[in-house]
Design a protein around this ligand. Structure first.
Ligand code: ARG
Ligand code: ZN
Length: 852
C-alpha cells in the first residue's frame, strides 16, 4: 500500500517518453471476465532525447498476452505498471498489443469499467483508464481512438462517430485526438430521447439522451438544455460542435455529477432525469447547468486539455465560469450570482479556512481525485471572473479567441492561459498569477473618510496563512464600487478600483454630501469584506442599492450581524433587520426569486464560519436556536400580509420549470414556511395534499418538519415513491437535514436500517451520511454521536469506494473551529479512521491533511 502513496509534484513534470499515433481497442464484454485488446502505435518522443523504457500504467489487470510488433514478449509488470526495457524496444515506431481481463461486476469503486443496474459504463477521469488496459494514463498523451465493442446488449456506445454495427457488435471512431481520461464506453438495454441540432456551419448533429426503459419521459428537459447550450456556445463563444452525434447517458451509480467524455457524456442520473412530479426547481436549474458544463468542456477540456492534473483548474475553472454565464443568461443573472456566491462561501471559503486549504493550482498531491474541489472549480471560476473584470469584456473575448486559436489540440497549462491574456492586452499578469498559486481567502479591511468634500476609501488586504504557505504576497483585487447619496440616488455608478498593494486609498471628489458606499458590487472578488457598518446603513443599502447583489448582501450581512449578537451577547432580534426584510419581501416591483433569497437566513455552518473568522468559538446549539428565533420573529413581523402574499403567488398556471415560475414558487414556499410557524401546520398539510410538483411537496414537507410535524406526510411520501431511487434520496436527506440536533444521529441510525438504504450507491450514501454531516447542529452535537456515526460509515465505505469515502470525509474539515471538547471528539474519530487496516490512499490523504 505504501507504494501507492507517493506524493506527485508539479515541479517534476516531464513529457512522456513516447508519442502515441493511434489506439485500437476491442472489448469483449462479460460481467466477470471482460477481455480488452489494445493495439497502441508508439514512437519515441523527440522531446525526450535518448533511449527510454516504455512504462505503461495499469491496475487490477490480468495480462493474458503481449506482443511487440507481432512478436510475443513477456514484459515486466507490477501492481501499478507494465514496463518494457529500452534495450528491448525498437529505435523507431512500434506497435504494442496487449490483451487483459477485467471484472466490471466486481468494480465497486466505480472507476474504470463497471456495472450499474446491468449496464456497462466507464468513468476514467482522472486515472481510471489504467483499470481498463495498460496505457500511458496521463492527459498530455493524446491519440485517435478506434473502438470495437462485442456484446449482446442492444445499445453499444463509445466516443466519436459510429462507423459500423452488426448483431452483437459496434465500431466507433473518434477523429479528435484525446487523452485516455476522455474515453468512454456504454453498453446496455437503454432507450433514447432524441433530437437534432444544426450547427452554424450546417453540420447536422444527432442528439440522444439514453436512459433505462421507463425513464424516457423524464429526459425532455436535459435534451432541451443541451440544445440551448449548443446554441449559446455558438453565439457567445463562437464554438461549434465537431462530431455527427452527441450522446448523453444517465447512470444511477456514479461518484460525481457528470463526465465530459468526447461525444459521450455520462451523467449521474439525478442530473438528467426530471419531471414536474419528481424534480424540484433546484433540480431543473442544476440539470441545465451541468448539461451545459459538460457540453462546454468539448472546447474547454477536450479540444484544449490539461498538460497534467495540476492544471485541472484550466478546464474546470473556465468551464464553471462559462456554465455560470450560461445560467445567468438563461435565468435571472442577479439571482444566479447570489446563488453562486452563497455556494462559494459555503463550500470554498469553508475549505480555504481549514486544514484542506490548497491553491487553485495545487503543487502536490497523493490522490488527484481528492483535488476535484470547490477551490479548483468554484474559486477557479472566480479567478476567471476577476480576470474578465480587470481586462474588460472586449479584451476577454479577444483573449478567448486567441486561446482557442493558439491552443486547439494542445494539452495546455495555466502559463499558456495567462500568456494569451498578456498577448491580447499587453498587461503583465505575474501578480495576478498569485491567485493560482496562493491558497486562502483574502480579508479586505475597509475604512472611509469624508474631509473637505473629498471622500476616500482605504483598503487593506490581509492574506491569511494556509497549510504549507505561512506568508503571502498582496494580490490584485478588482473592487467594484458605487456611491449613493443619502436620498438613495446613485451619485457614482459602478467603477472598478484596481487594488494591487497591501494597502491603498481611492479618492472621490465633487460630491455634495458624504456618500454611502456600495463596495464589492457583484462580488467582484472572492474576498471577505471586513468593515464595521451600522445596522442603519445596511438597512439603507437593503432598501436602495442599485446593484442587486449588494442589495441582497446588505440584508445578508445585517442578518449575520444580528445572529452573531444573539449568539455571543444574548441580544434580541433586531428591528432594523425585520423592517428591512419586510420592505423587500412585499415590494411587488422586485423579482419574486430575489425576494425569496432575501428571506433565506444564513446557514448554520456559514454562521459558525463567520463567528470563527471573527476569532470566537462557535456554539452549534446556540446558532441553531438563534436562527430559529429569527425565523419566529420574522413570522410575527411579517404577520397577516404573508397570507395574502402566499395566496396571490398561485396563479393556477400549468407547471413550467422556467425561472419566473420557479421564483414565484420559491417565494410562496418561503412564505408557507413562516406561516407554518404560527398555524401549527394546517396550511402546510393542505399544501402537501394539493402539491402539483415536487418543489411544492418538498416545500410543504420542510415546513412541517421544521415545526416537528408531518409524520403522516413523511409516510405518504415514502409509500408513493418507494421504487424511485432519485426521489427517495430526497426523502432521506430531507428527514435527516431537518432533524433536531440531538435527534439527527439516532434518526440516521434508524434510517440506515431500512432495506432500501443501499449504502454502496453513492447518491444514497450522500443522501444519508452526507445529510447528517450537513446538519450542522446535529453533526456537531456535543454527544459526539454525529462524529462517531459518520466515521463508522466512512470506514465501512472506504474499502469499496474510496473516492466517495474521501469526499464525504470533508465533513470533518471544520473540526479545528470548535471548543476543546468537540475538537477532542472529532480528532479521536479522525485518528480512529487512520488506524483502520488497509485504509485507501484516498481517505488516508484526506484524514492526514485534516490532522496535520
Ligand atoms: N470532469 C468532470 C466534470 O467536471 C468531473 C469528473 C471528476 N471525476 C473524478 N472521479 N474525479 O464535470
Ligand atoms: Zn468539469
Amino acid at each position: 500500500m505504501t507504494a501507492a502513496q507517493k506524493t506527485i509534484h508539479l515541479a517534476d513534470y516531464q513529457p512522456f517518453t513516447h508519442l502515441l499515433d493511434g489506439v485500437e481497442l476491442t472489448f469483449r464484454l462479460a460481467p466477470s471476465a471482460t477481455r480488452v485488446v489494445a493495439r497502441l502505435a508508439f514512437r519515441p518522443n523527440p522531446a525526450r532525447p535518448g533511449r527510454h523504457p516504455l512504462r505503461l500504467d495499469g491496475e487490477g489487470l490480468k495480462l493474458l498476452s503481449c506482443q511487440l510488433d507481432g512478436q510475443p514478449i513477456t514484459p515486466k509488470t507490477d501492481k501499478r505498471s507494465l514496463t518494457i526495457l529500452a534495450k528491448d524496444l525498437p529505435q523507431g515506431p512500434f506497435t504494442l498489443e496487449t490483451e487483459v481481463e477485467i471484472a466490471p461486476d466486481a468494480n465497486t469503486a466505480l472507476e474504470g469499467l463497471y456495472m450499474s443496474n446491468g449496464m456497462y459504463c466507464t468513468q476514467c477521469e482522472a486515472e481510471g483508464f489504467r483499470k481498463i488496459t495498460y496505457y500511458p494514463d496521463r492527459p498530455d498523451v493524446m491519440a485517435r481512438f478506434k473502438v470495437r465493442i462485442e456484446s449482446d446488449l442492444p445499445v453499444l456506445l463509445s466516443n466519436g462517430n459510429p462507423v459500423a454495427k452488426g448483431k452483437g457488435w459496434a465500431e466507433w471512431d473518434d477523429p479528435w485526438p484525446k487523452p485516455a481520461y476522455l474515453f468512454a464506453l456504454v453498453a446496455g438495454d437503454l432507450k433514447a430521447r432524441s433530437g437534432t441540432f444544426r450547427t452554424f456551419s450546417g453540420r447536422k448533429v444527432a442528439l440522444n439522451v439514453w436512459v433505462r426503459p421507463g425513464d424516457e419521459d423524464r429526459c425532455a428537459y436535459a435534451l432541451d438544455s443541451l440544445i440551448r447550450s449548443m446554441k449559446w456556445e455558438e453565439e457567445v463563444y463562437g464554438r461549434e460542435y465537431d462530431l455527427d452525434v452527441f450522446n448523453i447517458v444517465a447512470v444511477d451509480d456514479f461518484n460525481m455529477g457528470a463526465m465530459e467524455n468526447k461525444g459521450l457524456n455520462i451523467f449521474n442520473s439525478r442530473y438528467v432525469l426530471a419531471s414536474p412530479e419528481t424534480a424540484t426547481d433546484e433540480d431543473y436549474a442544476r440539470i441545465e447547468a451541468i448539461i451545459a458544463h459538460e457540453y462546454f468542456h468539448n472546447w474547454t477540456g477536450n479540444r484544449i486539455t490539461c498538460r497534467d492534473w495540476f492544471q485541472l483548474c484550466l478546464k474546470e475553472g473556465l468551464t464553471v465560469f462559462r456554465d455560470h454565464q450560461f445560467s445567468g443568461d438563461m435565468r435571472s443573472a442577479a439571482v444566479r450570482r447570489i446563488e453562486d456566491v452563497v455556494a462559494l462561501r459555503a463550500r470554498q471559503f469553508r475549505e480555504d479556512a481549514g486544514p484542506l486549504a490548497h491553491p487553485v493550482r495545487p503543487e502536490s498531491f497523493v490522490e488527484i481525485n481528492n483535488f476535484y474541489t470547490a477551490t479548483v472549480y468554484e474559486k477557479g471560476a472566480e479567478v476567471i471572473g476577476m480576470l474578465k473584470t480587470l481586462v474588460g469584456d472586449a479584451a476577454y473575448k479577444r483573449a478567448l479567441d486567441l486561446y482557442f486559436d493558439r491552443h486547439d489540440g494542445d494539452a495546455a497549462t495555466i502559463e499558456d492561459w495567462l500568456k494569451v491574456f498578456e498577448d491580447a492586452t499587453g498587461r503583465d499578469l505575474s501578480q495576478f498569477k498569485l491567485w493560482y498559486s496562493e491558497a486562502g481567502t483574502p480579508r479586505l479591511k475597509v475604512q472611509d473618510d469624508w474631509t473637505d468634500g473629498v471622500y476616500t476609501l482605504t483598503f487593506a488586504q490581509e492574506n491569511p496563512a494556509t497549510p504549507g504557505q505561512p506568508t503571502k504576497q498582496p494580490k490584485v483585487i478588482p473592487i467594484n464600487v458605487g456611491l449613493l447619496n443619502p436620498n438613495g440616488d446613485e451619485v457614482v455608478p459602478t467603477i472598478m478600483l484596481e487594488m494591487t498593494r497591501e494597502s491603498q486609498s481611492f479618492r472621490f471628489e465633487g460630491l455634495a454630501a458624504r456618500p454611502i458606499p456600495s463596495i464589492l458590487r457583484g462580488f467582484s472578488a472572492p474576498v471577505i469584506l471586513d468593515r464595521a457598518v451600522a445596522p442603519s446603513e445596511r438597512a439603507f443599502l437593503l432598501a436602495h442599492d442599485t446593484d442587486p447583489f449588494n442589495r441582497w448582501e446588505a440584508g445578508r450581512a445585517l442578518a449575520k450581524d444580528v445572529m452573531v449578537d444573539m449568539v455571543t451577547k444574548g441580544a434580541e432580534v433586531s428591528a432594523d433587520w425585520l423592517d428591512g426584510v419586510a420592505a423587500v419581501v412585499f415590494d411587488e416591483s422586485l423579482d419574486p426569486a430575489f425576494r425569496a433569497l432575501c428571506l433565506r437566513l444564513p446557514a448554520e455552518d456559514d454562521m459558525a464560519q463567520t463567528i470563527h473568522a471573527a476569532k470566537r468559538v462557535p456554539d452549534p446549539g446556540r446558532i441553531h436556536a438563534a436562527r430559529r428565533e429569527m425565523l419566529g420573529a420574522l413570522s410575527v413581523r411579517l404577520g397577516e400580509r404573508l397570507q395574502r402574499l402566499y395566496d396571490n403567488l398561485d396563479d393556477g398556471a400549468p407547471f413550467s420549470p422556467d425561472a419566473g415560475q420557479a421564483g414565484r414558487r420559491a417565494l410562496r414556499i418561503a412564505a408557507l414556511g413562516l406561516l407554518t410557524r404560527r398555524d401549527g401546520g394546517k396550511m402546510a398539510s393542505l399544501a402537501f395534499a394539493r402539491a402539483k410538483s415536487m418543489t411544492e411537496s418538498i416545500g410543504a414537507l420542510s415546513a412541517l418538519l421544521d415545526i416537528r410535524q408531518g409524520a403522516a406526510e413523511v409516510a405518504a411520501f415514502a409509500t408513493r415513491w418507494v421504487g424511485d431511487r432519485n426521489v427517495m434520496d430526497k426523502w432521506y436527506s430531507l428527514l435527516i437535514s431537518h432533524a433536531e440536533p440531538a435527534e439527527a444521529a439516532p434518526l440516521t441510525v434508524r434510517l440506515t436500517g431500512r432495506d432500501d438504504f443501499d449504502w454502496r450507491n453513492p447518491n444514497r450514501f450522500r443522501s444519508v451520511i452526507g445529510a447528517l454531516a450537513g446538519n450542522h447542529a446535529g453533526f456537531h452535537h456535543r454527544s459526539g454521536a454525529g462524529y462517531r456515526l459518520v466515521a463508522d460509515w466512512l470506514i465501512r465505505l472506504d474499502p469499496l469506494n474510496p473516492q466517495t469515502a474521501a469526499r464525504v470525509s470533508t465533513a470533518f474539515e471544520t473540526w479545528p473551529r470548535y471548543d476543546a471538547a468537540r475538537r477532542r471528539r472529532a480528532k479521536a474519530e479522525l485518528e480512529r479512521i487512520l488506524t483502520t487496516p488497509t485504509l485507501s490512499p484516498d481517505l488516508r490523504e484526506m484524514v492526514e491533511r485534516m490532522l496535520a
